[in-house]
Design a binder for this molecule. Structure first.
Ligand code: ADP
Ligand code: MG
Length: 403
């Protein structure tokens, strides 16, 4: 748990003055892998690990940003050229750039960033940072913004300023997370419906493999191109199809016979995954956790064999989980090529499942993983001063809503 009193002290030491504190959570996606950029449906939860941005308004328009993770302070004026290479500060500058298009007179700010969300592990530290920074800048400007608009502004920052073509799921999960609930998100209409998870019956266990392969972002962009190409091929016979969301596997199984095998596999993953998400939502509504778990495991297999975005470590983590008592289902979460798995586990076995998964993974790979029972948590917001010193991430009862 982050000690915010230390962060505030650090802020005073570096920048002087008292900061306001803004928080946004990371997320795990229970099912719906690589569907957001196909305008499909996803089912994430906001996790109980957050990014915190401590913020104070400046008298000029500059942004001065310190990241505790990188132990680096940088200062930018709005007139500085855009960065040519990706850099951590681009996520924050990108949000300022994106919001400046919508909010007149965005002030300059001193920002201190401290995050519990592991970077690059598939728990979406990037969206947590963007949304927390966005809330901070809006808060300092004394401006409110619709949360869907904020999520879109943060996505635009990552797409156009950082140059990472992410979908909208991560930012929506950070903005709309609800304690004890998964979020049923339609990535075309951006409708979000919280669906309660009975935590007396099941727990969600997140397992970080502690490995991230370098090809993750290039392969991610490649998958996006493949999906676009598959949709373009489908359009030749079904002109109304905008993305692979608009078609089912039985409808394209026959017509895709002549496609390159790789393209066909990608389309099969996306279209069958959409069917699995719908079935998973039905299962969750009925608290049918056996079915939900089975669908999660099928999702992993499809991401492994058809979409080919897993890694040996992710497959090892899932294979070990499958042999443990209490296991209901598991899959990789996030973009893939390393990072985390998400496991659905019977509540009464979660306390034994968790250390056993960690022990066996370490025995198999000689790498200590980070495995923990994760609670579905509330969305982003500003912390009230009374919470500064006893902040329990994710479930702050008195947190101020920013909408
Ligand atoms: P993920 O979102 O799954 O964690 P990404 O590659 O999308 O992985 O985003 C990780 C990047 O986001 C980091 O490399 C860094 O540039 C930025 N980032 C996230 N958290 C922080 C932080 N606390 N301080 C500075 N930059 C951060
Ligand atoms: Mg990210």
């Amino acid at each position: 748990m982050l000690a915010l009193s230390h962060s505030r002290e650090e802020f005073r030491r570096r920048f002087g003055g008292e900061p306001r504190i803004f928080r946004a959570p990371g997320r795990v996606n229970l099912i719906g892998g690589h569907l957001d950029y196909n305008e499909g449906w996803v089912l994430p939860i906001a996790v109980d690990r957050s990014c915190y941005v401590l913020a104070r308004r400046r008298n000029d328009l500059n942004l001065r940003i310190y990241s505790a993770h990188f132990d680096e302070t940088l200062e930018f004026s709005p007139d500085d050229p855009r960065p040519v290479a990706a850099h951590w500060s681009s996520y924050v500058r990108g949000v300022a750039w994106s919001l400046a298009g919508e909010v007149p007179q965005l002030p300059g700010a001193d920002l201190l960033i401290e995050s519990e969300v592991p970077l690059g592990a598939g728990l979406s530290s990037s969206a947590a940072l963007e949304v927390a920074a966005g809330l901070a800048l809006l808060g300092l400007a004394e401006t409110a913004m619709d949360l869907t608009a904020l999520a879109l502004a943060c996505q635009r920052a990552e797409n156009e300023y950082v140059g990472m073509r992410c979908g909208i799921m991560d930012q929506l999960a950070a903005c709309f997370g609800r304690q004890g609930c998964a979020l049923w998100i339609d990535c075309r209409t951006l409708a979000v419906e919280p669906l309660p998870i009975d935590e007396n019956r099941v727990r969600i266990v997140v397992a970080n493999t502690m490995v991230k392969h370098a090809l993750a972002s290039s392969e991610y962009n490649q998958r996006r191109r493949e999906c676009e190409e598959a949709a373009a091929r489908v359009r030749q016979t079904h002109p109304s199809v905008r993305t692979l969301r608009d078609i089912t596997w039985p409808e394209i199984e026959g017509l895709s016979c002549s496609w390159p095998a790789t393209l066909r596999r990608r389309a099969r993953h996306i279209t069958t995954e959409i069917a699995r998400v719908h079935a998973a939502v039905d299962a969750l509504r009925e608290s049918d956790f056996e079915s939900l778990g089975r669908l999660m495991s099928e999702s992993h297999d499809s991401l492994d064999s058809d979409y080919q975005v897993t890694s040996p470590e992710l497959n090892t983590m899932v294979a070990i989980a499958r042999g443990l008592s209490g296991f209901l289902g598991a899959r990789m979460t996030g973009g893939g090529f390393g990072g985390c798995t998400v496991n659905l586990v019977r509540a009464e076995q979660a306390e034994t499942f968790t250390p056993e998964l960690a022990r066996r993974y370490q025995a198999d790979t000689s790498r200590p993983p980070d495995v923990y029972i994760c609670r579905a948590s509330d969305c982003a917001g500003e912390l009230h001063p009374s919470q500064f010193d006893d902040q329990a991430a994710g479930s702050p009862p008195a947190e101020r809503s920013l909408q």
